[in-house]
Design a protein around this ligand. Structure first.
Ligand code: SF4
Length: 487
């Protein structure tokens, strides 16, 4: 995270920085705390975050080198120096520093590139493969606004492509500026709702969570969105305890909480939160057949493909560690080969296990198969059609859980359910492991030249993926023994 910005001498509030766009897009309180809070945050130690920082710097350096091969590049040392370089009309200004005290703006575009018209185009190096991300649009839109430029801004994407951002980003950029002005003018921490996915990865989690819990904030409950929480509060149901004591029939239809089923789930979720009990709302049925558990690991930081699946992992009948099978590729250069081996593996399972049930958790595996079929123009391939067709063997285990159970959890991810000691109670061999951990290890694997260390890294990643598929097997067993009545 950046240090706090300087204050304007004009308004005595922090200058608005485009680098705030990411926090702003996630949470108003987060961006307020970044700018006006007095909390000391520990330095970044998360391996995934550090990897992103390192790769970002390497990418910026590669773009710098690329520009320097054909143009004269000058590094700016201050806002005044940036102005001087602009006045001199140098071809490329690296690490430009723009300050607009009157409007309360400060911005550091990676590059200002002189166009043949004499105007400068702001440009940033971004690891992302997609310039449409809100924060990228706002950041580049903000630089254009600071420069008063009609020329599009340039994004040097992580895959080596260049994208441009023009007037289409103006509306969002103006909204960012307006909202930031309001936020920064306020001396009080903004009131916001809890959001499990955004909060549990936020550096202010330990600051915010106890206060949410103390007031029994309704959005702590799985499935209660901010607008549903406001609607409930308008009806006088302003704590989890009150919601747990409410007859669902008496709750009006409110945004994101319409229909008796959703209201009943909301009340049960409140009861489960308070008591730790599990509620079953409907019978669970699981498909009959020979189950193979399936999970993939992919690298979103690959250079040339959107996401390179380096590991397609399976747990086949027998269901012990020895029954773990997989398709592995060393680099994204083997991406297509890995995909073809995966399809061949599916045909093999189709013959060995009849009827085949390919169990996974969440829709991600199905989405990835669809993306790979498109990537290699194989939508009409018979194995792809089998996998994605009406009689698909794919079975998303998240569905019976979400449709029929209310659990004492704030997130219904595989690890949330499996690690909970009163639920599945399955622990991964490496407690530190996770999907981001796996990405970090794979990137270490890519960078490593020592074959022995490479083998150890691969073995660790395989062990993690093996535990993932064993976890879905344990979940299946837990569902069968607790929620399915045998004939
Ligand atoms: S923990 Fe949640 S509410 Fe608090 S600042 Fe972070 S994202 Fe916002």
């Amino acid at each position: 995270m950046d240090d706090k910005p300087p204050m304007t001498s004009v308004t005595d509030i922090p200058l608005i920085r485009p680098s705030d766009a990411r926090s702003w897009s996630l949470c108003a309180r987060r961006v307020w705390l970044d700018n006006k809070g007095d909390l000391e945050l520990p330095p970044v130690t998360d391996e995934f975050d550090l990897l992103i920082i390192q790769l970002g710097l390497e990418h910026e350096s590669a773009v710098l080198q690329h520009l320097a091969n054909t143009r004269d590049v000058h590094t700016a040392t201050s806002p005044e120096d940036t102005k001087r370089l602009i006045t001199e009309g140098v071809q490329v200004i690296y690490q430009a520093q723009l300050v607009d005290e009157a409007n309360g703006f400060i911005g550091y575009p990676d590059f200002l590139i002189r166009h043949e018209s004499g105007e400068y185009q702001p440009a940033d190096a971004k690891l992302s493969l997609n310039e449409e991300k809100k924060e990228i649009q706002v950041q580049l839109g903000f630089y254009r606004r600071m420069l008063g430029s009609q020329l599009p801004a340039i994004v040097f994407l992580g895959d080596g492509n260049e994208a441009v951002i023009g007037d289409e980003a103006n509306v969002m950029t103006n909204r960012f500026v307006t909202e930031m002005r309001e936020l920064l003018a306020n001396d009080d921490e903004p009131v916001v709702r809890y959001g499990h996915s955004k909060c549990c990865i936020c550096p202010y989690y330990t600051h915010c969570k106890p206060a949410f819990e103390a007031k029994e904030e309704l959005s702590l409950l799985y499935g209660i969105q901010a607008r549903a929480a406001s609607g409930l509060e308008n009806e006088g149901i302003d704590t989890i305890t009150k919601l747990a004591e409410t007859d669902p029939i008496t709750i009006s239809d409110i945004p994101y909480l319409k229909g008796s089923e959703k209201k009943q789930r909301a009340v049960l979720q409140a009861k489960s939160y308070l008591s730790g009990k599990v509620f079953q709302t409907a019978p669970i049925s699981l498909p009959e057949g020979q189950w193979v558990h399936f999970d993939i690991e992919d690298n979103p930081l690959a250079d040339n493909v959107q996401r390179h699946v380096y590991l397609w992992g399976f747990l086949v009948p027998g269901y012990s560690n020895e029954n773990f099978e997989y398709v592995w590729t060393d680099t994204e250069l083997d991406d297509e080969q890995g995909w073809l081996e995966f399809l061949a593996r599916i045909e093999d399972y189709r013959k060995r296990y009849t009827p085949l049930i390919l169990a996974h958790y969440s829709n991600y595996e199905r989405t990835t198969i669809r993306a790979y079929a498109k990537r290699y123009g194989m939508q009409n391939n018979s194995t792809v059609k089998y996998l994605l067709g009406e009689t698909s063997p794919l079975f998303d285990m998240r569905k019976p859980v979400l449709d029929n159970l209310v659990l004492p959890l704030q997130g219904y991810g595989l690890k949330d359910i499996c690690k909970h000691k009163d639920l599945v109670n399955f622990q991964w061999e490496d407690d530190e492991s996770g999907s981001q951990w796996s990405i970090v290890q794979f990137n270490h694997f890519l960078a490593e030249s020592d074959p022995k260390i490479k083998e150890t890294l691969k073995s660790d990643i395989l062990g993690y993926n093996r535990d993932d598929v064993i976890a879905t097997r344990r979940l299946e067993e837990w569902l069968r023994s607790n929620f399915i009545t045998p004939y």
